[in-house]
Design a protein around this ligand. Sequence first.
Ligand code: GTP
Ligand code: MG
Length: 199
Amino acid sequence: MEIKHAEFISSHDKVEKAPQPDKPEFAFIGRSNVGKSSLINMLTGRKNLAKTSGTPGKTQTINHFLINQTWYLVDLPGYGYAKISRDKREGFGKMIEQYILKRENLYCLFILLDMRLEPQKIDLEFIQWCGSKEIPLCLAFTKADKLTRNQLNKNIAVYQSTLKQTWSELPAMIITSATEKTGRDEVLLFIENALADAT
Ligand code: GTP
Ligand code: MG
C-alpha cells in the first residue's frame, strides 16, 4: 500500500475527545523512547509528522493522523517511564487503558519492543493484559539497525520462546528500523490486509 496523504488531525488527553470512531485505526504503543513516533514518521515518509525526542516521555497525548483520507494512525504516550511524577504516570496509564478498551474502531494495536533488550517484564505484562482483553495485536521490534543479523535472530528467538509459554498462537511480529526504513513494507502490508479482512 502506498501512503499518498498523511495529515495531523488532533491531540487529546482523553479518548472521549478523540475523533469520531468512524474510520479504521491502528495505534502504536510501547515503552517510552522505544520509537513509536519515529515509526509513524518512517511509515508516512514524513520526518516531523509525529514529534520525536531522544528524551523519554515526549508524546503525552493521544495523537490522530489521517492517512489517505480513510484510516487513522495513532501515536500514544509510552508506558513505564520512571522519571515523571507518579500522578502523571498513573494518568498516562489510565489514558492508555481507556483508549485500548474503549476505542471501538481500533483494528490493531502495534506493541513496539526494543530489539536490543531481552524481554522486559513490563512489556510481557502489557502483552499479556492485551491478550486477556482480546485486543488484536502485532509486535513490532524497533531499532534493528543497532544489531547484527545474528543478534536479531537470537533476540527474536528468545521472545518467541518466552511468549510461547503463555500464548498458543503467537501474534504477528515485524522487525523494523526507523532510520533504515526496515519493515516499512511489512507493516503497511499488515495494515492493508487488516483493512481488507474487515470489508
Ligand atoms: P515517547 O513519545 O517518549 O514515548 O517515545 P517514542 O516511543 O515515541 O520514541 P521516539 O520516536 O521519540 O524515539 C526515541 C529515540 O529513539 C529518538 O532519539 C529516535 O531518534 C530514536 N529511534 C527511534 N527509532 C529508531 C530506530 O529505528 N533506530 C535508531 N537507531 N534509533 C531510533
Ligand atoms: Mg512518542
